[in-house]
Design a protein. Structure first.
Length: 140
């Protein structure tokens, strides 16, 4: 549970940056990832395989971002890589699925209610933050 609270703190700061400036500072992303690695080395809350699986699951999102030439922000991939270091493979995949679903609902609301066109970009990190809040709720 502690790892989810740390993740929420990082994601909240990143969400504010993503909403306000539509970009995220690399130093925060590196700190987030390094924090996840250090936390794992200290706490060892799951196996090494699950740790690397969590990182790889986020790296796949990062590679998808690079493949689509920015349709999905590279910061989003780094965020999922960082959450993977904190949460491990299974919880990171849960977070990825919940966040993607919530972003889809958010996009639908933006399109239907606010009449936004398909070419408009919207920040994903706030939806990742909301997904982490759902994971916290599930664990309680």
């Amino acid at each position: 549970m502690t790892e989810l609270l740390i993740v929420m703190a990082f994601l909240t700061v990143l969400s504010v940056e993503d909403i306000r400036w539509k970009e995220v500072h690399l130093s925060l992303l590196v700190s987030f990832f390094a924090g996840g690695c250090i936390y794992f080395l200290i706490v060892r809350q799951f196996s090494v395989d699950e740790f690397f699986g969590g990182i790889v699951s986020g790296a796949v999102v990062l590679l998808f971002s690079l493949y689509t030439k920015g349709a999905l922000g590279s910061a989003d991939g780094i965020v999922f890589t960082s959450t993977g270091a904190f949460l491990g493979l299974y919880d990171n995949l849960r977070l990825l699925l919940i966040s993607t679903f919530m972003a889809g609902v958010g996009g639908l609301v933006a399109a239907v209610i606010f009449k936004r066109k398909g070419g408009n970009q919207m920040p994903l990190i706030p939806f990742i933050t909301a997904g982490a809040a759902v994971l916290i709720g599930i664990r309680l």
